[in-house]
Ligand binder design. Structure first.
Ligand code: C5P
Length: 208
C-alpha cells in the first residue's frame, strides 16, 4: 500500500494550516507548510534588496533559499503580499517543486499544505482536502491573529487584502488555487478550531 500522503489546499486564513497540523499529529506524519517556502523567497528578496517585479531576481532568491522557519518576519503581512506576487512566476514555482515533491515522497508519508498540493505537487495523494471559509470570516480570523501579535489593523483593510490575495492566487496562469476534482471540500466558516480539526480527521479517516 502506498505511503499516506495528505494534500491540504485552500485560500489564506481558511484554517488549512491548523487542519494540516492536526492531521499530521493524528496520523503521526511530518508536515510541510509550503507557504513558508514562498514567504522565505519573498523575505530573502526583501533583505537582499532584489526587485519583486523581476522574475529573474525572484528565481535567484528561490534557488538560494535557506529557510529558517522560526523567523517571525516570515509571517508578516508584507512578506505574505510579496510571496503572493513572486509565487505567480513559473520559474520560482519550478525551483521549489523538487523540495516539495521530495518531502511528499518520504517513505513514511507526509502532510503538505498550500495552494497547489493536490493539483500539481502531489496529484496522487491518497487524501486531498480543500479547506475554505467565507472572505469575511477569514478576514476576522486574520485580524484576530494580527491583534494577538500586537499588530492592530482595520477589518475593511484586511478584507481587501484577503480578496486581492484570493484574486491573484486564483487567476494566475501557473498553478492557480483551485480545488482538485478528487478533493473533499471542508468549509470552516461556521466551525471553531476544535470542530474544524475534528471534522478534518473524520473526513480523512473516511477517505482512507
Ligand atoms: O499560505 P500562505 O499565506 O503562507 O502563502 C503565502 C503565498 O504563497 C500565497 O498567497 C500564495 O500566493 C503562495 N503559495 C503558493 N503555493 C503554495 C503555497 C503558497 O503559490 N503551495
Amino acid at each position: 500500500r502506498a505511503p499516506l500522503v495528505i494534500a491540504v489546499d485552500g485560500p489564506a486564513a481558511s484554517g488549512k494550516g491548523t487542519v494540516a497540523r492536526a492531521l499530521a499529529a493524528h496520523f503521526d506524519l511530518p508536515h510541510l507548510d509550503t507557504g513558508l517556502l514562498y514567504r522565505g523567497v519573498a523575505l530573502a528578496l526583501l533583505r537582499w534588496g532584489g526587485d519583486p517585479d523581476s522574475e529573474f531576481a525572484a528565481l535567484r532568491a528561490a534557488q538560494e533559499l535557506n529557510l529558517d522557519s522560526g523567523d517571525p518576519e516570515l509571517r508578516s503581512e508584507m512578506v505574505g503580499g510579496i510571496a503572493s506576487r513572486i509565487s505567480a512566476y513559473p520559474a520560482v514555482r519550478s525551483a521549489l517543486l523538487e523540495r516539495q515533491q521530495a518531502f511528499a515522497g518520504q517513505p513514511g508519508g507526509a502532510v503538505l499544505d498550500g495552494r497547489d498540493i493536490g493539483t500539481v505537487i502531489a496529484p496522487d495523494a491518497r487524501v486531498k482536502l480543500f479547506v475554505t471559509a467565507s472572505a469575511e470570516v477569514r478576514a476576522e480570523r486574520r485580524l484576530a491573529e494580527l491583534e494577538k501579535r500586537g499588530l492592530p489593523a482595520h477589518l475593511p483593510d484586511v478584507l481587501l487584502d484577503i480578496r486581492a490575495r484570493d484574486e491573484r492566487d486564483s487567476h494566475r496562469a501557473a498553478a492557480p488555487l483551485r480545488q482538485a476534482e478528487d478533493a473533499i471540500l471542508l468549509d470552516t466558516s461556521e466551525l471553531d478550531i476544535a470542530a474544524a480539526k475534528a471534522r478534518a480527521i473524520q473526513l480523512a479517516e473516511a477517505a482512507l
